[in-house]
Write a new protein. Structure first.
Length: 398
């Protein structure tokens, strides 16, 4: 069977940096757009060479054939900060370079303040078939607090424009646990999102990151810190509400109508190979993980000099792969980690490696064990980190 990978392309540019954001994104770098896109093309050539070398080694060992990308995800930053024609051309080039099939999932992240019908039609024409809109809230007061460049009305317009342009697979992001966010405001945002009929919803709890403007306002006492108990109540209310609306809670922060789970992100959660292009992008392939220079200037300079843009890397040994496979797989709430998949991958039964850890977590009510898999309980949804650390911090049996 042909090996497949997930392909990620990072666009680190934004119109403005949001108050809470510590992602690898930069505002005011428009002068870099052209050289950055050229650098992406150069990195594509280098990565193709890397894959070809790996193919030679695998062929010699009678392993799987040359991998092709099953999914493409263009994230950021704000990919739609680029001119629509440039972004569409990037998608076409990536699809051709990595032999994406006609039915591959191709996602682009978008800020509602950076899209219009013409640009959306251009993306659809380039092969993009899934749009992820970073709405965050339908409360204008909270959007201003977050430093978002769009309003609730613009978010609704963007979603409707995407539908009219022809996007059938639409995902919306919302945030919970925000300073000054009430349960009523949260419920209203979820209802407004459901009215737009997305196939997929991602609901993220705010993480206050040191060094961000939002963290500074909280530290100075100008804003209250997030209320963890209220955030938990918001999450549990959303679980019940979305279940009644027909959404499957398939990952800790993600819900989807049947057939609309994000195939690209399933690659990460199943701990399968992926390649990342662009500033700060991460890759895991052929037993090794690496990350590119995060600063777009350094990324571009490396490639202009003919050097790979890698900033750091590590070999993934069996112990780490075992632990990460459990940690990531348990984020999938229905699928969990199946005993059969684990044994196919590692050649040993799960109980030969993690019998003590799983038994303890079952006893504590955080993990459930069925006839064919382990997965988080509903209590474990909120306390997942207590589960994950057991596998990353343990020394698996030989």
């Amino acid at each position: 069977m042909m090996q497949t990978i997930g392909l990620y392309v990072h666009i680190p540019f934004c119109r403005a940096k949001c108050a809470y954001c510590d992602f690898n994104s930069y505002a005011g770098r428009e002068a870099l757009y052209t050289s950055y896109l050229a650098a992406l093309r150069q990195e594509t050539i280098l990565v193709q060479g890397l894959l070809a070398e790996g193919e030679g080694a695998r062929a010699a060992a009678d392993r799987a054939p040359f991998p092709r990308a099953a999914t493409l995800y263009v994230g950021g930053g704000t990919p739609t900060a680029l001119p629509a024609s440039d972004l569409a051309a990037l998608v076409v080039e990536a699809r051709e370079a990595f032999s994406l099939s006609d039915d591959a999932e191709v996602t682009v992240e978008a800020n509602p303040g950076t899209v219009d019908r013409g640009g959306l039609r251009a993306l659809l024409g380039s092969g993009v078939n899934r749009l992820s809109l970073g709405v965050q809230s339908f409360d204008d007061r909270l959007l201003r607090l977050l430093g978002r460049i769009h309003t609730a009305r613009e978010a609704r317009t963007a979603a409707n424009d995407a539908r009219q342009a022809g996007f059938e697979n639409l995902s919306l992001d919302l945030m919970l646990g925000l300073p000054r966010q009430t349960m009523e405001s949260w419920q209203e945002s979820v209802w407004r999102a459901l009215e737009l009929g997305p196939g997929h919803l991602s609901l993220y709890a705010l993480a206050v990151e040191e060094g961000t403007p939002l963290a500074a306002r909280i530290e100075a006492g100008h804003l209250p810190p997030p209320d963890d108990d209220l955030a938990a109540d918001m999450y549990e209310w959303a679980e019940d509400t979305l279940a009644r609306a027909g959404y499957v809670h398939y990952e800790i922060s993600n819900w989807a109508l049947p057939g609309h789970a994000c195939r690209h992100n399933l690659t990460y959660w199943r701990n399968e190979p992926y390649l990342g292009l662009g500033a700060g992008a991460h890759s895991w392939w052929n037993g090794r993980r690496w990350a590119n220079h995060p600063a777009p200037e350094a990324y571009v300079a490396s490639l202009q000099a003919g050097r790979p843009p890698e900033a750091e890397g590590e070999a993934i040994d069996r112990r780490l792969e075992l632990g990460e496979t459990m940690m990531m797989g348990l984020r999938l709430l229905e699928e969990g980690v199946s005993f059969a998949r684990f044994q196919r991958r590692f050649g040993v039964p799960m109980d030969d490696v993690y019998a003590a850890e799983t038994a303890d977590l079952v006893e504590r009510g955080l993990l459930e064990r069925t006839t064919d898999r382990v997965r988080l309980t509903r209590r474990g949804h909120l306390l997942g980190n207590q589960v994950f650390v057991r596998f990353l911090g343990s020394d698996p049996a030989p």
